[in-house]
Design a protein around this ligand. Structure first.
Ligand code: PMT
Length: 403
């Protein structure tokens, strides 16, 4: 039986040629047992008739704010609360732009803005529209709101040009929804501690030694683990990202020593610990009490001392039933260095990301990883958004970890 049975799904359809595929998507969702409410933008009706959608779903299509002849008001707020998920397929560049910027001039975007449920967006458009900086920025904005983007496929487009822009096939959209619902609560009851972001090692009251970590990878892991039902504590260095899920316990630290201290305190109760932080390996031997002056002074010589290795310290104390995951950020000799860290720090699994892969590592919204297990097996993943990378890492942990 499909996990979609009994789920309330709003199917948003916008005005693009791929709207013909929405009929199949509606049919597959209904077949899986979902209750499907279609909402069409006015231009979607130029591509596929409301009659087709209402026949397939057994529900009248909603397109306007009210029914003209009866004056019946369609409450976007009620619809937004009713839904377990909202799927917008196809999503045109225009609708994506309106969603990203809150232009609520039709029933679909208004409902989107009211929806509390997870939103899945399947873009479909010409390849140049897809690659335009405006579309790229709007899709990035939707991701930053926590929406799930179902990437379009490459192939021949309506323009007969070949490239990225074909709406993903309905079967795969349904599979994505099924994966999403079946993984929710799959980590219920698990205590997870995640380190994230950089550490800052103070030189004087206004300067520090740090690195480029933004915290995006660690926070993406925290969000996905919390969505799957884990009790998550994130021990975070100074970052500008924040946790969206209020259930995530955020412990803010600045230096490596503070991070070790906070992580050690959370460690005892942890079932799974993920070391995603970029911890400074060295700190100044002394912090100047006042701002180090330039004029009339020779450049100072920095004396550094080693910071604690948090993963190695806690790896050495790992008890039966605990599962430790490290990251390896490499620039050369990647596989060997990562495998060595896995052993040295007594980890159960290590996630390698290399700065030689474009779009991977620090600061980016994407990452490209290889997972190495304790038995030496390697799984290579494509470049993906960090939210999807987080899902891959948690799937891998789930397949290896047995409490
Ligand atoms: O934050 P983002 O901008 O999203 O970037 C993500 C990331 C690149 C920071 C992340 O994906 C990542 O690779 N994190 C680990 C970075 C790192 O310090 O790698 P490392 O190879 O130097 O360290 C190996 C492991 O030991 C890591 O799990 C690290 O957290 C841990 N470590 C390292 C040094 C130290 N003193 N204490 C540690 O715990």
């Amino acid at each position: 039986m499909s996990v979609l049975k009994g789920k309330h799904i709003i199917l948003g359809i916008t005005g693009g040629i791929a709207a013909y595929k929405s009929a199949m998507l509606a049919r597959l969702l209904v077949k899986a047992g979902a209750e499907v409410q279609p909402i069409m933008t006015p231009s979607a009706k130029e591509f596929i008739t409301p009659l087709t959608l209402s026949t397939l779903t057994g529900k009248p299509v909603i397109s306007e704010f009210f029914t003209a002849n009866t004056g019946e008001w369609h409450s976007h707020v009620d619809l937004g609360l009713w839904a377990d998920a909202m799927v917008i397929a196809p999503a045109t560049a225009s609708t994506i732009g309106k969603m990203a910027n809150g232009v609520a001039d039709n029933m679909l975007v208004t409902t989107y803005l009211s929806a509390k449920a997870p939103v899945f967006v399947a873009p479909a458009m010409d390849l140049d529209m897809m690659a335009h900086p405006s579309t790229v920025r709007n899709i990035a904005l939707l991701r930053s709101y926590g929406n799930h983007i179902i990437e379009p496929a490459c192939g021949e487009l309506a323009s007969h040009l070949v490239g990225k822009g074909r709406m993903e096939e309905p079967e795969r959209i349904v599979a994505r929804l099924e994966e999403f619902f079946s993984s929710s609560q799959s980590l219920a009851g698990l205590n997870m501690v995640i380190t994230a972001g950089p550490t800052y090692e103070k030189l004087d009251p206004v300067r520090f030694i740090g690195n480029y970590s933004s915290g995006k990878m660690g926070y993406a892991l925290a969000e996905e683990a919390a969505r799957r039902g884990a009790n998550v504590t994130i021990v975070s260095g100074p970052v500008s990202v924040s946790a969206k899920n209020p259930a995530i316990n955020v412990v803010k630290v600045e230096s490596a020593v503070e991070m070790l201290d906070a992580t050690e305190r959370a460690y005892g109760a942890a079932d799974v610990i993920i070391f995603a932080a970029a911890v400074a390996d060295y700190r100044p031997a002394e912090m100047a009490g006042q701002k180090i002056k330039r004029d009339g002074h020779e450049p100072p010589t920095l004396q550094l001392v080693k910071n604690p290795d948090i993963a190695a310290t806690l790896g050495a104390k790992k008890r039966a039933g605990q599962f430790a995951v490290g990251f390896a950020l490499e620039t050369d000799n990647e596989m060997d260095n990562a495998a060595d860290k896995l052993q040295r720090k007594n980890l159960d699994m290590i996630v390698l990301n290399s700065l030689r892969d474009s779009g991977a590592g620090f600061g980016t919204d994407t990452n490209k990883i290889t997972i190495i297990d304790r038995n030496g097996s390697r799984t290579v993943f494509d470049l993906k958004h960090k939210s999807e990378v987080a899902a891959d890492i948690l799937d891998h942990i789930s397949s290896l970890y047995h409490k």
